[in-house]
Design a protein around this ligand. Structure first.
Ligand SMILES: N[C@@H](CCC(=O)N[C@@H](CS)C(=O)NCC(=O)O)C(=O)O
Length: 211
């Protein structure tokens, strides 16, 4: 593989997982170079991207020749490298962030994305699968709402990688009928208006202030 100096992120600026990494970098004010991989053109399924991400997914990171994939691992790496501002140092608080990052990938994002595929990207989804995802989202949002009623952020008192990992899905899912499910949980809505107004997210999502 070609040796590359400095931090490079390979991805698509609209991809949810790429956005998690870009938001982490923006929060940490870490300089990097963004290398666009053409998702629509299938560049992620071809060389040289497959050398960076053998599953043919995005994003991938190259830090001075150290190549890493899997978004959550990348976010943790970037945070540790910048001094650990987005993960608590206390053992139990950190475990709580890990718990919520797992919940995002295991219980939330695939269901939110089913609605995004169907309503925004127009890849028709089976109605039974949509109903299953709606029920799964109901459950996950209820559990998330309890947390956000007790604390301002997903994993407690401070903004962490757990918040970042949920944000790209909310941005898109709120443009689908999932919006009605979210509206049933005022604590989730107020969390969303708080975190989506952060400078990092405005930069990554292209939002304007308080949009
Ligand atoms: N587990 C991977 C998932 C990455 C992923 O699914 N990325 C999407 C874009 S947001 C992708 O590349 N999808 C194309 C595919 O899976 O073929 C990670 O966390 O990085």
């Amino acid at each position: 593989m070609r040796y590359i100096r400095g931090m490079k992120i390979f991805g698509d600026a609209r991809s949810t997982n790429t956005r998690k990494v870009l938001t982490t970098l923006a929060e940490l004010e870490t300089p990097f170079e963004f290398v666009a991989v053409d998702f629509a053109g299938g560049q992620h399924k071809q060389e040289p991207h497959l050398q960076r991400q053998p599953f043919g997914q995005m994003p991938a990171l190259d830090d001075d020749g150290f190549v890493l994939y899997e978004t959550h691992a990348m976010c943790r790496y970037l945070d540790a490298k910048a001094g650990g501002r987005l993960l608590p140092s206390d053992l139990r608080s950190r475990a709580r962030v890990d718990q919520w990052m797992s919940i995002e990938s295991a219980n939330f994002s695939s269901h939110a994305m089913r609605f995004v595929y169907h309503y925004l990207l127009k890849f028709e989804q089976d109605s039974a699968a949509l109903a299953h995802s709606a029920a799964s989202l109901d459950k996950a949002l209820g559990i998330l709402a309890k947390e956000l009623t007790a604390h301002p952020f997903v994993a407690g008192e401070s903004f962490t990688l757990a918040d970042i990992c949920f944000m790209p899905y909310f941005e898109y899912a709120l443009l689908t009928p999932v919006e009605k499910q979210v509206a049933e949980h005022p604590a989730v809505l107020s969390w969303w208006s708080r975190v989506s107004d952060r400078a990092s997210w405005r930069k990554v999502s292209g939002r304007t202030a308080a949009a």
